[in-house]
Design a protein around this ligand. Sequence first.
Ligand SMILES: Nc1nc2c(ncn2[C@@H]2O[C@H](COP(=O)(O)OP(=O)(O)O)[C@@H](O)[C@H]2O)c(=O)[nH]1
Ligand SMILES: [Mg+2]
Length: 210
Amino acid sequence: MIIALVMAGGKGLRLESDIEKPLFPINDRPLITYVLENIKESKWIEKTVVAVSPNDPNTKKYLIDDLNFSPFDNSFYESDNDDYCLDTLGKGYVEDLSNILEIFEAKSKEDILIFINADLPLVSGEILDEILSHYLSQDKPALSTLVPVEIFEKYGVNYSYEFNGKVPSGINILRSENVVQEEELLIIQRDELIFNVNTIDTAILASKFL
Ligand SMILES: Nc1nc2c(ncn2[C@@H]2O[C@H](COP(=O)(O)OP(=O)(O)O)[C@@H](O)[C@H]2O)c(=O)[nH]1
Ligand SMILES: [Mg+2]
């Protein structure tokens, strides 16, 4: 099964807001709703799991009460529900990613998990499918996507980390196994990937394209 894993349990400190980042309004709608709608447009993704944490209790409540998400449990594979909310520790991205792989590994090592940061509202279903198509056309178990720094520079958007002139975009594919996985690198020249809402400035910029 191809499952979207939306990472949404960070502290969101750079936004300097009392509102949790996934709920931060962009054009009057919570940031995460754009990401969830984009995932729904994908032809390949069958289910969505949002990884929340003690850092964002209101996001969990919003997903369950307002968007009808189910708490992740053993019914995941059998149920007709497509949308789940999974509690993680929220102490760090890599640690939670590894815990998530362990949870899925216990059920099946055959799933394909596409990890998507909850702060990428402009990455459409079409882009997600382009990434998945590339992944499915090659043999490596993992895939990381990178964006050339020039695209960030074009919009004056800051990036946290670059490697050989490329910035990790926040979308990565892994098999449902908690092991080191050989990865394919995919460089994508799409402006949509740089609107990573970390600060008020990127929130304002992203709102102009939504
Ligand atoms: N579940 C979970 N999500 C996290 C954790 N740390 C970060 N995230 C989420 O991962 C995404 C990327 O984090 P962010 O701080 O924006 O990373 P950056 O943009 O690469 O600096 C955000 O949507 C966060 O909410 C964590 O410890 N646990
Ligand atoms: Mg971010």
